[in-house]
Each structure stands twice: as C-alpha cells, then as structure tokens.
Design a protein around this ligand. Sequence first.
Ligand code: MLT
Length: 263
Amino acid sequence: MKTVSANGIQINVHDEGQGKPILFVHGFPLDHQMWREQFPLASDFRVIAPDLRGFGKTTVTEGTVTMETHADDLAALLDELAISEKIVLCGLSMGGYVAWPFHRKYGNRLRGLILCDTRAIADSPEAITNRRKLAATVLEHGTEPVAAAMMPNLFAEASTEKRREAIELTRQTLIANSPTGIAAASLGMAERPDITPDLPGIETPTLLIVGEDDRISPVEEMQGIAEAIPKAELVVVPEAGHMSPLENPEPVNVAIHNFVTRN
Ligand code: MLT
C-alpha cells in the first residue's frame, strides 16, 4: 500500500504488478480490500485499487461527495502515479456509478470499462429518501446499523457457508469505515443522474459482470445496460450475489483477464 496526494486529499492505494493498468473502484460502503481476490491478476497486469475519498485509509471529507468528485480524484490519482497510457476501469456498484462520470470526463484515458453489479438509472424518490435517512442514521448511531441493514443484501444464499470469511471481512470493513465518509457518499449517490440515455453513445469496449443472485442490481437490469451499450458483453456469475468478484472470483478473473488481454 502507499499514500498518494491527489486532488487535495491523501489517497490510500494498492498498486501492484506491471502491464496494462486496471483501476479497481470499490462499492459502498467498503474499501479496496473488496478486490483482494482480483489481486492475483497482478501477475499479468498493473492492479491499482484505491480507497475512495471517505473510505478505508483515504482522507474523509464532510458534506456530500458526488460520483463526479470520486472520478476527479481517480483521474488525479492516475496523474500522480504517472500513468499516461490508457487504463481499464473496473467498478463495482458505487464503483460503477463512478465509472459513468469518469467515462464522460476522462473517456480518452480508457481502453475499456468493466462494470460489475451496478446500475445506470438514477435513484427513485423513495431511494433518495432512504439515502438521506442512512446518512442521518450513520452520523447519529455509527456504522453498526448500516451493516445490519446492508449485509443481508450483499451476498448470495450460496455464499453464506462457502464464503464465511469473505462475509465477515466485508462486515469488518464496513464497520471500520468513517460515519462521515459513509454519509457523504450516500448523499452523493442520491444526486447521481440517470445515465440510460447516454448508454448508446458509449463507444468504449465494455464488459458487464453480474452475480446470478444479485438483489441490488439484478441480472435483467444489467442485461438492459449490456443491450444499450454498442460494444458490450455480459457475464453472469453463478453462485454469486451483489459481491460477485469476492463470492466467485474464478469466473470473474477469467472474464477480466480475457477482456483486458483483448482490449
Ligand atoms: C454498492 O454496493 O456500492 C451499493 O449497493 C450501491 C448502492 O447503494 O446503490
């Protein structure tokens, strides 16, 4: 791990290996460790997995942190790491929400997009209310209630026994995160726009990955995104839910390896 000053904050980042760079962007409210099953890809590629602003050991900032701010942080991080060659950005869920503005603003830095278990639509009014409630709850009562509310939705039934350690590590990561950081990202997610109208204009080669039992970004919804993006392919991961790269890493790593090798 190292710490990099970028865009006015200190970003904690796992940076390992050589070759085509893959920038792994974690989901909410986790940190870079959710990609630990993908770290072996560093034998063939440069694996870069930061903690986003407000998470892990990266600087926490108050208020609302938009998906665009995260994208700006990541572009600045690449500059500081002196990465001028094109990258593949691989984002899960909130990491995918960050991929959309990254593509819009920094699309010339991308050789490919990998979108895992994510969504293109904006939040419904009800979801926005829930984001605000979550922000208020975490600030008042800490991270335990957030863990209690979120954990049951992250993993597939099949993982309950098979991926016990991964589930516990995920819970620990979530609980250890800063309430201020979690609140800021929750409010930021509530502000994200609907990307659906932009999907047909995405020329970047795109791989979509979804766990067959994802209850947050279901297969049919990811299929819709895959059909709307011209150069997209979809991989459905068996025995996995919303955390597919952690729950069933073997097929996910094969799909990522093939995609990055080809693009
Ligand atoms: C995530 O995994 O990043 C979250 O489920 C995203 C969300 O709450 O929409």
